[in-house]
Design a protein around this ligand. Structure first.
Ligand SMILES: Cc1ncc(COP(=O)(O)O)c(C=O)c1O
Length: 353
């Protein structure tokens, strides 16, 4: 976690996709730049998403793309960002970006922000005079909390920082500014030797990690804090809830006291970056037997099988990039015979998994 000179840094350099989608066009990575006087840099006026694209036997598949883009549109609406992009536009752009990347797996980062009109610059807090810019970048991101974390779990602390309150900064919007709060939580955790911090809400109930939702296993019951505990409505969280329902595991949204973390049988994080990561200890108190518990393992296994396209998901969760390309071509009237068989292959493979 720490480099030799003592600087706490995340170290690995990710492999990046050298094209970026910008307002309807693909540009080179090196040209995806903003002016330093852009509104977003001064006032935090951005909303964004984080989406994983997984490697499957049928090629790259984007996990719950439409749900992520819908949350992106919701975040933009909350912040009165009047842009022209539709759900389909942004889904198509994401698929095309993965296709152009040549990568079989990657992490996608759509972002919409207030920039600067250099001909008519505006520098006040009022965001309305500033034009909006929309980009989607991508890179290859490994295991967010470390390669070993998935099996062995992570050591975390309860943060001295509280999560945002619902009437100050809405946690349900994935805005860039919210991540100043996340950074305080993360930096404090790292500097104290923990992999991650868990924030409480303003009432003292468990909220979430700096970039993950949290689940508590007690007996054969799985609990997770409700949206009213100032959490981001995580798409992985929703996936875990649906997976539990399929596995016959009882799952409930419930306010959780800090002390319940210490006496839980199992704890785990969920998130696009963190996926399903067990928590081994909280504030140096061992959780359960101090590793990945059996219920976490069961849920994690199902999650990874689904993301690899090896298990039927409870819904239409995977967008296969090659299939989408074929479907697009079909709609445009190109080579339908070939297309039909390619789309068929993908579907069959999923069904038989
Ligand atoms: C603060 C916060 N909570 C929860 C999550 C998990 O959300 P999701 O599963 O949609 O990635 C994230 C990650 O995006 C996050 O940043």
């Amino acid at each position: 976690m720490f480099s030799k000179d003592g600087n706490p840094k995340d170290i690995k350099t990710p492999r990046i996709v050298d094209v970026v989608w910008h307002d309807g066009e693909f540009i080179e990575w090196k040209d995806a730049r903003v002016h330093v006087m852009s509104h977003v840099l001064h006032y935090g006026s951005s909303i964004f998403e984080g989406i994983r694209c997984y490697s499957t036997k049928q090629g790259p598949a984007i996990f719950r793309l439409r749900e992520h883009i819908q949350r992106f549109l919701n975040s933009a609406k909350i912040y009165r960002m009047d842009h022209k992009w539709t759900l389909d536009d942004l889904c198509d752009a994401s698929v095309e970006l993965v296709r152009r990347s040549g990568m079989d797996q990657c992490y996608l980062r759509p972002i919409l922000f207030r920039s600067l009109d250099e001909a008519h610059p505006a520098f006040g807090v009022n965001p309305f005079p500033n034009p909006l810019a929309c980009y989607i970048g991508a890179w290859d991101w490994g295991k967010y909390l470390g390669d070993e974390a998935i099996e062995q779990g992570v050591d975390v602390c309860v943060s001295t920082w509280n999560r945002l309150t619902a009437n100050s900064m809405p946690a349900m919007a994935k805005s860039g500014a919210n991540y100043m709060n996340s950074q305080l939580i993360k930096m404090e955790a790292l500097l104290n030797g923990f992999a991650e911090g868990i924030a409480l809400d303003d009432r003292g109930y468990v909220s979430e990690g700096s970039g993950e939702n949290i689940f508590i296993v007690t007996g054969d019951l799985v609990l997770t804090p409700p949206l009213s505990s100032s959490i981001l409505p995580g798409i992985t969280r929703d996936s875990v809830i649906q997976i539990c329902q399929e596995l016959g595991v009882t799952v409930k949204e419930r306010t959780v006291q800090r002390a319940a973390l210490y006496v839980a049988d199992e704890l785990f994080f969920s998130g696009t970056a963190a996926e399903v990561t067990p928590i081994r200890s909280v504030d140096r108190i061992m959780v359960g037997r101090g590793g990945r518990g059996p219920i976490t393992e069961k849920i994690q296994k199902a999650f990874f099988e689904i993301t690899k396209g090896e298990r039927q998901a409870p819904g239409n969760w995977l967008t296969y990039v090659s299939e989408q390309k074929q479907a697009k071509a079909r709609n445009n009237g190109f080579g339908s015979a070939k297309i039909e068989s390619a789309a068929g292959d993908g579907e069959e493979a999923v069904m038989s998994a």
